[in-house]
Design a protein around this ligand. Structure first.
Ligand code: FES
Length: 152
């Protein structure tokens, strides 16, 4: 069956096609920006790690673990105690690294420095590294969010 009249003109068809392309192009630009501004990150309440992975750490050393999708750091102190941090710079969220020879954490993004306890001492980081609570049992190292009353 052949239609006598088209349902829309050639101009309407081309306008709709171009409008669809422009809309898809703009959506492809806006979507990553929105994802960057509002990342779908859900921080874990706790992470359970096998203690055996951390028993052979020498004093003044750091080992990484996954704190959700972020870097977590366990530091063994000279007295045998451990600290845990979120290993993300408090300036603009770059990962930090521990420089054991200088006993400092370093953020290479903008030359940010923290002392061995995670206190910001140089560069742009506005606050100390975020501490996490560590509970060590016979076989596990349980890393938890630091509760607000513990941070004071
Ligand atoms: S992100 Fe670490 S100093 Fe800027």
């Amino acid at each position: 069956m052949k239609l006598k009249h088209s349902l829309f003109t050639r101009r309407q068809f081309l306008n709709g096609l171009i409008g669809g392309w422009v809309g898809a192009f703009l959506a492809s630009l806006v979507y990553p920006v929105v994802k960057f501004i509002f990342p779908p990150y859900k921080e874990p309440d706790e992470v359970i790690l096998p203690l055996s992975d951390f028993q052979d750490m020498p004093p003044n050393s750091v080992k990484n673990f996954a704190w959700g999708s972020k870097l977590g750091l366990v530091k063994k102190n000279d007295d045998g105690t451990h600290f845990a941090f979120v290993g993300v710079c408090t300036h603009l969220d770059c990962n930090v690294a521990y420089m054991d020879d200088q006993r400092k954490f370093f953020c290479a993004c903008h030359d940010g420095w923290y002392d061995e306890n995670g206190i910001n001492i140089g560069g742009p980081p506005p606050t100390p590294l975020r501490r996490l609570t560590l509970v060590i049992t016979e076989e596990e190292m349980i890393v938890k969010k630091e509760s607000p009353e513990e941070t004071s």
